[in-house]
Design a protein around this ligand. Structure first.
Ligand SMILES: C[S@@+](CC[C@H](N)C(=O)[O-])C[C@H]1O[C@@H](n2cnc3c(N)ncnc32)[C@H](O)[C@@H]1O
Length: 235
């Protein structure tokens, strides 16, 4: 089956995540061998939270960042896939975090949040799915107060030659096969490698962040560059 990684219309992407929502967490942990939790912890640590902050988590999915970012006073998670948020809400309730974490349905390219209203922003494995990532970055700059920190996690492709080949094989063939077998969804886990291949390389994405209004922009490869942590400060 061919997968059109360019069609990122809200209906298609939200529908795809709604379809895999019940199995999303399990697959995430299996396909990353549990390292995804550590990647999120790195992103959260880079925000240098002190316990007084309001954190906005864009593309919140099943609320993993919200539930890991215990150092934030409040967290607002935004996502347009209702079924992902429903799984997230169950987890927030089970963790007794309903007073600290709010989940809201909304689009990253038109955030339902006031200007300079939050102290920190995160996006974990969401930005490559957004139809207009430049616009989402401008929106994130708008809602962050000056001096507020941004942390974005996104998949990359390792640059080390042997590892690159091995990883691309895993990513293109084995991962979609496992994803399909566990989720029963024929499209979503073929879309994953296609969408990662279509995402701008680190230098290009850093330039997008700078143009959106972020200073001190950085990109740190995690786990040999399988994932990149992008950071920035609202200028
Ligand atoms: C791969 S999941 C990541 C979920 C979560 N952040 C995590 O770390 O597991 C990507 C999420 O981004 C959401 N998403 C993609 N594009 C979006 C957009 N334009 N606005 C809001 N949510 C979006 C999807 O619905 C999905 O829940």
């Amino acid at each position: 089956m061919t997968v059109d990684a360019h069609d990122k219309s809200a209906g298609r992407i939200a529908g795809m995540f709604d379809a895999i929502a019940p199995r999303y967490d399990l697959l995430n942990h299996v396909l990353s061998a549990g390292i995804d939790r550590r990647w999120r912890a790195r992103a959260i640590a880079s925000l240098q939270l002190t316990g007084r902050e309001t954190l906005l988590d864009v593309c919140a999915g099943t609320a993993d960042v919200a539930l890991q970012a215990m150092a934030a006073r409040t967290v607002v998670g935004i996502d347009f896939a209702a079924a992902m948020l429903a799984v997230g809400l169950r987890k927030v309730r089970a963790a007794g975090q309903t007073r600290r974490v709010a989940l809201v349905r909304g689009d990253a390219t038109g955030l339902p949040v006031g200007t300079a209203a939050v102290d920190a922003v995160t996006v974990a494995f969401g930005i490559r799915n957004v139809q207009r990532p430049e616009l989402a970055c401008v929106e994130m700059a708008r809602v962050l107060r000056p001096g507020g920190r941004l942390a974005i996690l996104e998949f990359g492709v390792p640059r080390l030659p042997g590892l690159r080949t091995l990883y691309l094989w895993y990513f293109r063939y084995l991962l979609p096969w496992i994803g399909r077998a566990v989720s029963g969804d024929r499209v979503a886990y073929s879309y994953l490698p296609a969408s990662v291949g279509g995402f701008p390389p680190p230098e290009q994405f850093m330039a997008i962040l700078e143009r959106a209004g972020f200073a001190s922009v950085g990109a740190v490869p995690l786990t040999f560059g399988i994932v990149y942590l992008y950071t920035g400060v609202r200028a």
